[in-house]
Design a protein around this ligand. Structure first.
Ligand SMILES: [Zn+2]
Length: 308
């Protein structure tokens, strides 16, 4: 149930993380002098309403919203935030079609888990697509402080965005990093992911906020990046036949299940094997027997000129 055990952590000056019991989520809030930025909104409209209410306990400044990526738990709560600018990497139409699919799938999943009420809440959450698109990096002036919304490239999904608060040394990493649970590879790009995070950590943010789990520091993030790189390396080694798949699964740094998902995903993304060499062209239509092979007699063409 949203509410009771959810809590705020102020990770830096006016940079807040809302820790939720549900999915161990970490939602964000950055407050400037003139406005504030809300980072992700929760799994359904009611969770979003609880979050919006909690935000209003800290500030009554106008808000904008940023989606770290299109997974349902990060944006199904947005209807509670009313009319506002919503920033994301992917466009609104893609959010709507992917969201519709996820809404059905996750409602079914919660129902299977016996969580009928949450299943219904997910099922009836209005989908609020982003209306401001980030295709590189943009600075958002909140008054007295500027946050950077940065498109990541291929990593946890094909539409990840991180939020940097340079003056406070905080990086909101979305699901590129997870604390206390393995990162999710279901829609991931196992080979590209670690390089993306390495790049994002290059300015050495002091505080790194994962999409799920407790906020942590630069060195924790760096450690997880090493593990992401190990997953990529294992995928590549299995691909090249250097180690058996079973061994990779056994030694995956995030456990067997995650390694298996990463390998499946890698295989899904791998280019198809080269086409077999084209067959010798024949004009024979399928179904008709091939023409008989004629073996010619061999004649001796040498001519004895002396007989002339
Ligand atoms: Zn995700």
């Amino acid at each position: 149930m949203a509410g009771m055990s959810d809590r705020w952590i102020e990770v830096a000056d006016r940079v807040w993380v809302r820790r939720l019991k549900e999915l161990d989520q970490s939602l964000g809030l950055v407050i400037g002098d003139d406005s504030c930025l809300v980072i992700d909104t929760g799994i359904h409209a009611e969770a979003g309403y609880a979050f919006a209410t909690a935000v209003r306990e800290l500030t009554d400044l106008p808000w904008q919203v940023a989606y770290t990526h299109d997974h349902f738990d990060h944006w199904f709560g947005t209807s509670a935030f009313g009319e506002s600018a919503i920033w994301a990497v992917e466009d609104g139409a893609a959010y709507i079609s992917r969201g519709d699919r996820q809404r059905k799938a996750w409602a079914a999943t919660y129902r299977r888990q016996g969580r009928e009420e949450d299943a219904r809440r997910i099922g009836r959450s209005p989908l609020v697509p982003p209306n401001c698109r980030v295709s590189g990096a943009i600075g958002l002036n909140l008054g007295g402080r500027t946050v950077v919304l940065r498109r990541v490239g291929l990593a946890h999904t094909d539409n990840d965005m991180v939020i940097e608060v340079p003056d406070a040394g905080v990086l909101f990493a979305g699901d590129l990093l997870e604390n206390g649970a393995p990162p999710s590879y279901d829609a991931a790009f196992p080979l590209e992911w670690p390089q993306a995070v390495e790049y994002l950590l290059s300015w050495r943010p002091a505080v790194v906020v994962p999409g799920h789990g407790e906020p942590a520091d630069y060195w924790w993030a760096r450690g997880q990046t090493r593990d992401l790189a190990e997953v990529a390396k294992l995928c590549a080694e299995v691909a090249q036949g250097l180690i058996p798949e079973g061994e990779a699964i056994e030694h995956g740094p995030f456990g067997a299940a995650t390694m298996r998902t990463a390998l499946d995903r890698w295989r899904e993304l791998a280019p198809p094997p080269p086409e077999p060499a084209p067959q010798r062209q024949t004009d024979t239509p399928a179904g008709t027997p091939p023409p008989p092979v004629i073996v010619y007699d061999v004649f001796d063409y040498s001519i004895d000129l002396t007989q002339r």
